[in-house]
Ligand binder design. Structure first.
Ligand SMILES: Cc1cc2nc3c(=O)[nH]c(=O)nc-3n(C[C@H](O)[C@H](O)[C@H](O)COP(=O)(O)OP(=O)(O)OC[C@H]3O[C@@H](n4cnc5c(N)ncnc54)[C@H](O)[C@@H]3O)c2cc1C
Length: 391
């Protein structure tokens, strides 16, 4: 059965973008889908060979300019990759996705020319990965006030504290550390971002254990103990670190929406097939029951509307006119809609939905991350409501 998402994308994107989406989709079908169950049951992270293959396809350099060794693509390409890979596995999709949208992006947006020359070519090839070091054990939604500190010592800075939830930490070459540098400054002007090599003295990484979402994605805790970096390790302006981070998150939230829609697209196709094949009561398909049809139709509507909206926002992102509220809204809506619907999708498939090889339970678990990651939906609503309260 043809994928429903493919029929929508045909009408929404030009031919060359569709060809790119199809290439990544085919890669997912042949190089990810057949191995997923084994990776899950053996509790392994995305294998190095898979990361290498994605690097060879140029996925890590998608929206990086050709002058820096990238593919010269745009944010639409990034979300198309998210849709294609997340159809099978959000955990695989987030690996290049976070490397680009959270790792390379702050450098693209706020780096000096010297910093870009030093890092972007290797990031574009997937030979290096940057980690987005915003969250901490004691600072999640309240990210503007980090507990990690950076103190000036002569011409150097000394960093102390802990970052956590760091996606891709296992493979990272550097972490962009968001640290408190100006405790008495106004809110949003208290912190600075630093590019810190993972191999620097005093940097310790540990994989966070027990995570039951995005299971093949690396999620690390990064300790910083008297880590010294030079002044030119600063990314963006001094005491403007929060701006670097929140500007980056606009694009990241569009990518998270693509993960939610990729999972939804998988669930929709799974249910369409199952509802016609599963025979109950007089050996007739359960797809004849209106309540089953309702769920499938709701998934279809959510997918079509979500794709149309997301691709529109990608165009605004490229034009430089996407607002923080717009990026937050699509992340909130796609994640809650897809995660609400997947519970119903599982219900119409009955007991078989409980099994890993059926695939829905993986997407169910992974969709939870889309609700809390890159700003929890509840906290983002604080942002979304602001223009609504203006007279
Ligand atoms: C798998 C995974 C990968 C991640 N990767 C990264 C990464 O690469 N880099 C990184 O920096 N972070 C990463 N994160 C962290 C993620 O961004 C945080 O989990 C998120 O910002 C929420 O922070 P918290 O979990 O500390 O929740 P808290 O801030 O403790 O919030 C808990 C809950 O309180 C409520 N709440 C909080 N604030 C408000 C508010 N203002 N209004 C209403 N309700 C509110 C919400 O229900 C919220 O979900 C990752 C998280 C996960 C789960």
């Amino acid at each position: 059965m043809a994928r429903r998402i493919d029929s929508y994308l045909k009408d929404l994107i030009p031919a060359e973008k569709l060809a790119f989406y199809e290439a990544v989709r085919d890669f997912g079908d042949s190089e990810i889908a057949p191995h997923l169950l084994h990776w899950e049951r053996s509790h392994s992270l995305v294998p190095d060979s898979c990361i290498q293959a994605m690097g060879d396809m140029g996925l890590f350099g998608l929206p990086i300019a050709e002058a820096y060794g990238g593919q010269g693509g745009d944010h639409t390409d990034l979300v198309l990759m998210g849709l294609a890979l997340a159809y099978h596995s959000q955990a695989v999709a987030i690996t290049p996705g976070a490397a680009i949208s959270l790792g390379a992006k702050p450098l693209q947006l706020c780096g000096t020319e010297a910093q870009k020359q030093a890092h972007l070519p290797a990031l574009a090839k997937g030979e290096r990965m940057f980690v987005f070091g915003l969250s901490e054990p004691g600072r999640g939604s309240d990210a503007a006030n980090p507990q990690v500190t950076a103190v000036k010592k002569g011409d150097r800075w000394v960093l102390n504290g802990e970052k956590c939830w760091s996606t891709n930490a296992r493979w990272a070459s550097h972490v962009v550390v968001h640290a408190l540098t100006n405790p008495t400054g106004q809110n949003g002007k208290r912190s600075t971002c630093f590019i810190v090599p993972m191999g620097q003295k005093g940097v310790f990484y540990q994989e966070m254990q027990g995570k039951k979402v995005w299971e093949q994605s690396s999620t690390g805790s990064i300790m910083l103990e008297n880590v010294e970096v030079p002044h030119d390790a600063i990314l963006g302006a001094e005491n403007d670190g929060f701006k670097v981070m929140v500007t980056t998150l606009n694009g990241g939230r569009l990518f998270i929406a693509s993960l939610a829609l990729g999972s939804l697209a998988f669930a929709l196709d799974k249910c369409r097939v199952y509802a016609e094949e599963r025979l109950q009561f007089d050996d007739k398909p359960i797809g004849r029951f209106q309540r089953v049809q309702d769920v499938i139709v709701d998934m279809d509507i959510a997918l079509e509307s979500g794709l149309t909206w997301l691709l529109h926002l990608c165009r605004l992102y490229e034009a430089g006119t996407l607002s923080r509220e717009q990026a937050a809204k699509i992340k909130v809506e796609c994640s809650r809609r897809a995660s609400d619907l997947i519970v119903l999708a599982m219900e119409i498939c009955g007991g078989v939905a409980c099994f890993d090889e059926f695939g829905l339970i993986r997407h169910h678990n992974d969709l939870f991350v889309t609700r809390v990651g890159e700003g929890s939906n509840f906290a983002l609503k604080d942002l979304i409501v602001r223009p609504l309260r203006q007279a």
